[in-house]
Ligand binder design. Structure first.
Ligand code: HEM
Length: 556
């Protein structure tokens, strides 16, 4: 058989195409203007054409697949979302995710397609299959973006590994332990009250103030010392690191290649940015090491770090405990997880409170009627924990403003998983072929599913007049009907539900009670509907990232 000279064959073919091009475009069709490049540019042009052709073919095939062949093809949703994930990515990067998804649910129904491989649900009946024990949907790999070579309960995606760790952390964050540490939280609230008489009558930005307060509270609880954030003029560096922490987590998910490029840039500011996650966890490591040096493994100190170390001492062969490194990772993660979540919820809460003088009066009256005693401005938690008016107000604010905005993503891992009768395939990416290698299979994007908390917590069947702020709905139903409680998912539900909800609720009730005891709140003129529009960056922040409030002394 004659040997085929591929190169000649290729050149011959390209000359043939060029001849055709010359005939078609007698006035010239030049990708490269120089005639000297002619011998080179023809193969290059042909290569480019082939490449573009292939891309078009692939895009066409993907579009046809996503629209007509995919197992998710019959799920309604915005037209663009069915063919590309860029639609939801764009909305998420623009900070619009929860609002856009909430609107799409109103238009297309309770199950919608947000991307070729992503579904969103808005019916409370799906909570069980999505999040409760026995769910077939583990956490999506998106959570790995929150770990920086660390493994903490929040970001673990493996079910068994998580169950073991959660049992240990849950024990540390048990209600009885938090009650024991109550004074650590009360002390920080007390410190924050110190400023109020000094700024009375002035418009003060409370979001940064709340960040300082929450950070100091988390520091006191988990590291055994506060950051001193409430006492210094400059906010601590940790808060800057926390902003970068979330930005890096987002980049890891949406565009990991940007992180690769950034990592080779020789600019100290860029390298500093990239080190934010590591630095955030470093606080946990440092605090743990110092603790062991100062106290050994037995200490009478009252904080959650001491409780964590105690789990090591109490452990038996069957009852495993965390290693030193695992405790340090957990501390770093708790510090991050406890700060901005509570700040966001507290900011919306104070914004709602500042607009409602009648509710400030009602809460104040309830405190007086129940003879709640204030010790240096802060009450004992047990005296306010179950007050219905205070509770109703806090619950209603959390219903209207669920902090999480990305819907707590989960993935389908088994082929028999379904939600609300809809089969959710485990991975529908093209090319569709059976993959036996586990490592490759893990990398094939799975179908992502999530529940839209904004819609669930504003479902008119469960919450009549859902867009109205009505704390009475909780008061009149004695803390909420079964349906209201079942669909209240700000802290999620089931085996991955928030382990810090008792701490968070204690903090929120502490400062509402402390603020209305002696102070009237109203909004500063800098804060408007526009500045308080929600912008979603993992958490649902007010758009301006600030909220101005004026404190005025209550007339005796
Ligand atoms: C109002 C403030 C808070 C809100 C709205 C909130 C919300 C949540 C939500 C929705 C989750 C589930 C995440 C998911 O499944 O994807 C979660 C998990 C978690 N939260 Fe919170 N949280 C708050 C405060 C706190 C605080 C103060 C702590 C610590 C004291 C904390 C510790 C945790 C931990 C450890 C997890 C991981 C649980 C697990 O995966 O097993 N949270 N939180």
């Amino acid at each position: 058989m004659p040997q085929l000279d591929i190169r000649n064959h290729f050149l011959e073919a390209s000359n043939h195409v060029c001849k055709m091009t010359d005939e078609l475009f007698p006035d010239g069709f030049q990708i490269f203007p120089s005639n000297d490049l002619r011998l080179v540019d023809r193969p290059v042009a042909l290569g480019t054409l082939c490449f573009v052709g292939l891309c078009l073919l692939l895009i066409t095939w993907k579009t046809v697949y996503n629209l007509y062949i995919s197992p998710l093809r019959n799920i309604p949703g915005p037209p663009l979302a069915k063919i590309t994930s860029k639609w939801i990515t764009f909305n998420e990067l623009a900070g619009n995710r929860s609002l856009v998804v909430a609107k799409a649910h109103e238009e297309y129904g309770p199950v919608i397609r947000l991307a070729p491989n992503e579904l969103s649900f808005s019916d409370r009946s799906c909570i069980k299959e999505l999040y409760m024990s026995g769910s077939k949907f583990p956490k999506s790999r998106r959570y790995v973006g929150f770990a920086s070579g660390t493994r903490a309960s929040f970001d673990m995606t493996d079910k068994d590994q998580h169950r073991e760790r959660r049992n240990l952390v849950r024990h540390v964050l048990a209600q009885s332990n938090i009650d024991e540490c109550e004074q650590l939280i009360a002390d920080q609230v007390r410190k924050s009250l110190y400023w109020i008489p000094r700024v009375k009558g002035q418009s003060v930005e409370i979001m940064l103030w709340l960040r300082r307060l929450m950070l100091d509270t988390a520091g006191g609880l988990f590291l055994g010392r506060s950051f001193g954030a409430l006492e210094t003029y400059e906010p601590p560096k940790f808060l800057g690191d926390l902003d970068d922490f979330f930005a890096i987590a987002a980049l890891r998910w949406f565009a990991p290649w940007i992180l690769v490029i950034l990592s080779i840039l020789p600019f100290s500011a860029v390298q500093h940015f990239l080190g934010a996650q590591h630095r955030s966890y470093e606080y946990g490591r440092k605090a743990f090491n110092e603790y062991i040096v100062q106290n050994g493994r037995h200490s009478g100190r009252i904080d959650l770090l001491t409780k964590m170390v105690a789990t090591q001492v109490d452990s038996t062969q069957e009852n495993k405990s965390m290693t030193d490194a695992e405790i340090a990772d957990e501390l770093g993660s708790l510090l991050v997880g406890a700060t901005d979540t509570t700040v966001v919820v507290a900011t919306w809460l104070l914004w709602e409170l500042a607009q409602r003088p009648e509710w400030q009066k009602r809460i104040g009256q309830e405190l007086r009627e129940n003879k709640v005693e204030f010790i240096e401005g802060v009450p004992r938690y047990k005296s306010i924990k179950s007050l219905p008016v205070l509770d109703g107000f806090v619950m209603e604010s959390m219903r209207m403003h669920p902090a999480q905005s990305i819907g707590l993503p989960r993935v389908a891992r088994t082929s028999d998983a379904s939600i609300g009768g809809i089969k959710v395939p485990a991975g529908v990416r093209i090319p569709e072929f059976p993959i036996s290698n586990k490592r490759i299979a893990d990398r094939v994007p799975k179908t992502t599913v999530s529940l839209q908390s904004r819609n669930v917590q504003r479902d008119p069947d469960t919450y009549p007049l859902p867009q109205e702020f009505l704390p009475e709905r909780w008061i009149e139903t004695n803390g909420g009907t079964k349906e209201m409680k079942d669909s209240f998912i700000i802290f999620s539900k089931g085996s991955r539900a928030c382990l810090g909800q008792y701490v968070a609720t204690m903090e929120l009730k502490f400062f509402v009670a402390s603020f209305v005891n002696g102070w009237n709140l109203r909004l500063g003129k800098e804060t408007t509907e526009e500045t308080m529009k929600q912008a979603d960056y993992f958490l649902g922040f007010p758009k301006a990232r600030e909220c101005h409030v004026v404190f005025e002394k209550v007339e005796e």
